[in-house]
Ligand binder design. Structure first.
Ligand code: TNX
Length: 482
């Protein structure tokens, strides 16, 4: 047998605690069984089907299996432990979700699991990735395939940016023109990304994500980024006159009309429909880049709209511009810019609001890696893998300490995307870096270790047909040793 090249801690995100037992290991082979408690039968089925691909043979589920799944109520909900010896591997999770993250760790180590004990739990409860369906639409099947790649890195929230100037991507009862007109042919940036999710397709995405312990966070961006609304329903414009369709990538020119009563009837219908279709706790109302909305109108609009998610049982999230106004107690602020400080976000944190960190110069997956990147934008600079890894959310904004942070998110805006291959190229390998920032304790994070662990994903992504960027700072392994 060739010596084990992998070590127990060779996992992304790096676990909180790893105690190897040298010279022991467990090898998963075709026929190795999985035994489980009934509450975790879904997780066991997922593990067995993934392992069957790894070992290219059957992985039966039933009593006496050498891979043991258990629940341990003394662990936190998302925490897990993995204990590997010569004859068995035991995973314990605080809940099935914790167990599922343990399963992701096991899948990264399989088929040869080095002996020892991992004890692991996340630093932040919100570990998000965002996909912009408005500038370019992706189908339910494409979104679900993306979720499968995200969960490998213990991402637990999928934020869907469903509406913008160039398109409206979710069916809303009573407002059919939103999707007929603004989700149809010729929508999206350059008219290249048409399509929308029916409510049934949205429910399918939400359920698929939930099966993988991922919460969908829907975003309806307002009062700005609404040309698609005005194009579909000219009655909502200031003077009731039609506007032209926009498929360029400009921002900040459109706004819902704060002084018009019809605006609020529309907004409440939309928020009610989206809340009804969404089992997760959050509803994102956008609020960014309202350059053409007078400050007074912005306040007046948000004063009426921010309470609406709460009215329909959801917690409002908004881009950090919303921190300029008084916020409901449960509102969450998502910081996205590149400034070193932001007074309003800091005040919101001081007043007890939770913050999601998504600074563009660290977490924006749509930034070019370097000047040669064939895709992406560069308004926040170039974001290479090291930039996305080597920072800390609790140091990012003065006045926004660890306790104020709900978590971290990596947004992927889709102005330059045309295909799933494009999504993957900008997502990998930066998303694993941001996932580690969001999951692992600061004390165990280290760039040199990360870049070596990341290199091992090269052959796996190649085998899985994932289109990743061969970032020059990563010592990629090009083929499995024979
Ligand atoms: C800014 S980030 C935007 C988006 C663009 C993005 C491109 C944010 C809240 N708004 O409208 O798509 O830059 O990077």
């Amino acid at each position: 047998m060739r010596p084990l090249t992998k070590q127990l801690g060779d996992v992304i995100p790096v676990p909180a605690s790893v105690r190897p037992v040298p010279a022991t290991s467990f090898t998963i082979l075709p026929g190795t069984g999985v035994s489980t408690v009934p509450e975790a039968s879904g997780v066991a089925a997922y593990l067995a089907s993934e392992l069957a691909k790894t070992v290219d043979g059957p992985i039966p589920i039933g009593p006496g299996g050498a891979i043991v799944l258990e629940l341990d109520p003394s662990l936190a909900a998302e925490a897990y432990t993995l204990t590997a010896g010569e004859s068995s591997v035991t995973l314990r999770g605080g809940t099935p979700q914790g167990l599922f993250w343990g399963v992701q760790t096991l899948l990264q180590l399989a088929p040869e699991v080095p002996g020892g004990v991992i004890e692991d739990e996340p630093r932040y409860e919100y570990r998000g990735a965002m996909l912009d369906l408005a500038r370019h639409f992706f189908t339910a099947a494409e979104i679900k395939a993306h979720v499968d790649l995200l969960v490998q890195f213990k991402i637990n929230h999928l934020h869907l940016h469903l509406t913008d100037d160039q398109g409206w991507r979710l069916e809303i009862p009573g407002w059919p023109r939103l999707t007929e007109i603004s989700g149809g042919e010729g929508t999206g940036v350059d008219g290249a990304g048409p399509g929308f999710l029916t409510l049934a397709e949205y429910a399918d995405v939400v359920a698929y994500a939930a099966d993988r312990f991922v919460t969908v966070v829907p975003e309806i961006d307002m009062p700005g980024h609404v040309n698609a609304v005005h194009y579909a329903y000219p009655s909502l414009t200031a003077d009731g006159q039609p506007v032209r369709q926009r498929i360029d990538a400009e921002v900040g020119y459109s706004s819902l009309v704060a002084g018009k009563e019809e605006t609020y009837a529309f907004v409440e219908d939309v928020i009610r429909a989206v809340a009804d279709a969404t089992p997760g706790p959050y509803l994102h109302i956008g609020g960014d880049e309202c350059h053409s909305t007078p400050a007074e109108d912005y306040r007046a609009f948000l004063a009426r709209v921010l309470p609406l998610p709460g009215k329909y049982g959801k917690r409002a999230i908004g881009w950090h511009e919303i921190a300029a106004v008084e916020l409901p107690e449960t509102a969450v602020v998502q910081y996205w810019r590149i400034e070193a400080a932001d007074e309003n976000t800091a005040r919101a944190a001081t007043e007890g609001r939770r913050i999601i960190m998504a600074p563009a110069d660290r977490t924006y997956l749509d930034m070019k890696y370097d000047p040669e990147s064939p895709l992406g934008l560069d308004w926040a600079g170039h974001v290479d893998v090291r930039r996305s890894y080597d920072w800390d959310p609790a140091d990012r904004l003065p006045g926004v300490p660890e306790e104020a942070l709900l978590g971290v998110e990596a947004p992927l805006w889709s102005e330059t995307l045309r295909s799933v291959a494009d999504i993957q190229y900008l997502t990998f390998p930066r998303l694993p870096a941001i996932a580690e920032v969001a999951w692992s304790p600061r004390s165990v994070r280290e760039w040199e270790s990360f870049r070596t662990r990341l290199a091992a994903f090269g052959p796996r992504w190649e085998a899985a047909g994932v289109n990743f960027h061969r970032a020059p700072e990563i010592p990629w392994i090009t083929a499995e040793p024979a």
